[in-house]
Ligand binder design. Structure first.
Ligand SMILES: Nc1nc2c(c(=O)[nH]1)N[C@H]1C(S)=C(S)[C@@H](COP(=O)(O)O)O[C@H]1N2
Ligand SMILES: [Mo]
Length: 464
């Protein structure tokens, strides 16, 4: 089906609406049922008042199909048909004239994926590849983030893998190479865990001066209950050899990246002895539903504590290796690059830094004088949250109440009830501290690629 915009103009004296039965004939002709009979899908129509000009947005197999449907309008006046595209389609293609890029893999149509994201209320940061963040008010009240509002971070086309032919291979330095079907994985003992994913670039747009990369505000973080097979169990089937040092996880998606001649897969390794792998899952379900394509259908890795870059989606291969992996997403990206005393100091990103996020009050709404409840979430990759403190205006830091039992790897909710006695503008700040003793800085240290910005959030509100 192709999209078209139609313009119809008729002379003032021949306006069909003047005759009630003529007017009705046009309305019936445009009804959904009648349009479907012509193979036309009507998306919208409107008349310019006093101009005798009518516009239609519709989809049809081709222009001549649409012209057939528009016969009554051609009798009444002129009909111009223009090939058109949705704004999502234009944004996915990169310009008004461009076609949506195609993938060499079977992949989701970027235009459709973008339309779904917008309808679900995600904030789209980039259409292709699709990158969207969760709007902060959408988090309110939920222990988990609803699947359709869970932020999305992608580097390439979103591959659509066939569940019937899908295999997960485990190869390299193992005693017995393995290849699992989805059915076999689902038949293994499963576990469910609440785990918070946060993009290492979350909060990047708040760095000053601006840092390179996707311009995330604070919504590149979400929590779900993930269900799948413990990674260690799958590795035990293969029996890892003693000299294997790293586990490499490879996603099916691939594409061109800066500075490398050949297309690369989205792939990263972790140390075999990384304690976070003891709780890692090969997940096939998210909040009780099968994973969706954008979140990695049919299988993804979920590693609690780590920034989400390690939680490889569309996972098809696990390879045990001895030498440190030097792939693009391991060696060229996801490193802090700090300028310290004229020297560049580099260190790979690792665990999610301790952080609190204020979800209420909403900064776009004025709050009345009197009692005010401040709420939010807090998390840390290193350890459970020990405390959250809130500061209103120039006041002291006050301890907030932790609402649900904190657990490592998942955010907890907190709240503080306070009083606002003066009208005007005031800022609210919240800072979290974890059981490892780490707390948030006023200003996180600037780094070239803008990772790990856990500066204390400052929310300005208007008291009325
Ligand atoms: N295969 C694959 N896995 C991936 C990515 C990707 O682009 N391809 N992006 C990573 C990054 S940087 C993040 S933050 C998370 C985002 O997961 P989500 O889109 O389900 O929120 O997936 C990670 N896993
Ligand atoms: Mo990320």
């Amino acid at each position: 089906m192709a999209r078209f915009v139609v313009r119809h103009v008729h002379p003032h004296e021949r306006c069909p609406a003047k005759d009630p039965s003529e007017g009705a004939k046009f309305i019936n002709h445009l009804s959904r049922g009648n349009a479907v009979r012509f193979g036309i899908q009507v998306h919208g129509e409107a008349v310019l008042k006093g101009e005798h000009t009518w516009y239609l947005i519709a989809e049809a197999a081709n222009e001549s199909h649409l012209r057939e449907f528009l016969a009554p309008f051609e009798e009444a006046g002129s009909v111009d048909i223009f090939p058109a595209s949705t704004s999502a389609g234009v944004a996915a293609g990169g310009s008004c004239g461009a076609e949506v890029p195609v993938s060499e893999l079977a992949a989701l149509d970027p235009e459709d994926a973008c339309k779904d994201a917008i309808e679900s209320g995600l904030v789209v940061r980039r259409v292709h590849p699709l990158n969207c963040e969760t709007s902060i008010p959408a988090l309110i009240g939920g222990v988990v983030t609803p699947n359709e509002r869970f932020y999305l971070r992608n580097h390439f086309h979103l591959p659509t893998l066939d569940p019937e032919t899908y295999r997960l291979s485990v190869t390299g330095l193992v005693e017995r190479e393995q290849s699992f079907s989805l059915r076999e994985l689902r038949a293994m003992r499963s576990q469910s865990r609440m785990i918070t994913l946060e993009c290492a670039g979350n909060g990047r747009s708040l760095f000053n001066p601006p840092a390179e990369g996707e311009k995330w505000n604070l919504g590149a973080v979400s929590t779900a209950e993930w269900t799948g097979v413990p990674l260690r169990e799958v590795l035990a089937h293969a029996s890892v050899l003693k000299h294997a040092r790293e586990v490499l996880f490879r996603g099916a998606d691939r594409g061109k990246v800066e500075g490398r001649a050949e297309p690369v897969h989205f792939e990263r390794s972790l140390r075999v002895d990384d304690p976070n792998l003891d709780d890692a899952l090969l997940a096939y379900a998210m909040n009780g539903e099968a994973l969706s394509v954008p979140h990695g259908f049919p299988l993804r890795l979920i590693v609690p504590g780590w920034y989400a870059v390690t939680s490889i989606k569309w996972l098809t291969e696990i390879v045990l290796i001895e030498e440190p992996f030097r792939g693009f997403f391991q060696a060229d990206r996801y490193h802090y690059e700090w300028n310290r005393e004229g020297r560049v100091v580099s260190e790979p990103v690792y665990l999610q830094k301790v952080r609190a996020l204020i979800t209420e009050p909403n900064l776009d709404q004025p709050v009345p004088c009197g009692d005010l409840t401040i709420r939010g979430v807090a998390w840390s990759g290193a350890a459970r949250i020990a405390q959250v403190e809130v500061c209103v205006g120039e006041g002291d830091w006050q301890a907030a109440r932790i609402v649900n039992e904190p657990s490592r790897g998942s955010w907890c909710w907190w709240e503080l009830i306070t009083r606002l006695d003066r009208r005007g503008s005031v800022t609210i700040r919240a800072r979290a501290t974890d059981l490892a003793g780490d707390t948030q800085p006023n200003q996180a240290e600037w780094n070239r690629l803008g990772y790990g910005n856990n500066s204390i959030q400052t929310v300005p509100i208007q008291v009325v």
